[in-house]
Design a protein around this ligand. Sequence first.
Ligand code: SF4
Length: 349
Amino acid sequence: MLYDKKVVNILERAKAGIPLSKDDCIYFLNFDEYTIEASLMRSVASQIIRERNENSGIIIGQIGVETDQCPGNCKFCSFGEDHTSFQKWRISDEDLEFKINDFCKHDDLYGLYLMAMHNYNLDFYLETVKKSRKVLPKSTQLWANVGDSPLENFQEIKKAGISAIYHVCRIGEGEYTNLKPENRIQTMKNALDAGLEVYTCCEPIGPEHSIEEIVENIFIGIDLNCYQHAAMRRVAVPGSPLAKYGQITELRLSQIVAVVALASIAMSNTKYIGVHEPNELSYISGANIITAESGSNPRDTKEDTSKNRGFDMSTCRKMLYECGFDKIKRGDETTIDLNLDYLYKTESL
Ligand code: SF4
């Protein structure tokens, strides 16, 4: 036999809706990323997620609305106060409106994150949310990416027009960051208590992390019932202290994406799996969320990431198309046929 029967047994169970356990995840991540076992797992993950979602992908946007020297001081982030070259900056109303209109020109953006620093000013953030909601099409959801927050902040943020947050308890939280893992997890609980959805990610994965560490991190989100999950590799940001360890390859990242997808499928509403940064291998391994970015970005040293690492909307549409997705979904779950005509119409080719 080309591969172990155990591989088939676990994948057949996954096809029947039984998610990977922690032990299953460890088992699959112990295969090298180029093996038949890893490839088989990628295919099954991709098929399950595509079948749940009419073979559609979603495009989400992120706008960094401020930068500062951040006391979170994460050793992988370009804003960490001990190593950053960023100065305090806030987005202007004109720039915010311009960036939103740019993302939404063709009304195919599923959701938009407004990203602030760990220590953010709630009044400024609420104003930014309200201004954004006025400009955004109704078919685009508005989401928050902010630092650790109490319940009251999330209640206000929800009232202003936010429906979900992105939050993570990172691998090495408290060791490579000045933040406490328990506060990160409590923040996710606070958001859930405020009636917000919580989207999470296993991040930032570096070559030095053990398989067990990665799997434990994946299950933080699963145990909290975060039904939108993802994987992100750590980018070796020049000048950041952890850059010396380098990066995992996109091939390895896609294997982790497949494990995240197969471990998350117990939640019937898990239809969208993300990967950072976007790459084709992960879109044939279970991922179907692609992110366009503008403004500040912790993985970039340029003030406006859209001029450097960040993908624009055209690149996102084209990558989803090339990876075989038939449709793009909007935030109200309506769909757009993704074909060559659409790429020409949206100037994506
Ligand atoms: S990752 Fe977030 S909390 Fe950490 S330094 Fe960067 S902005 Fe601050």
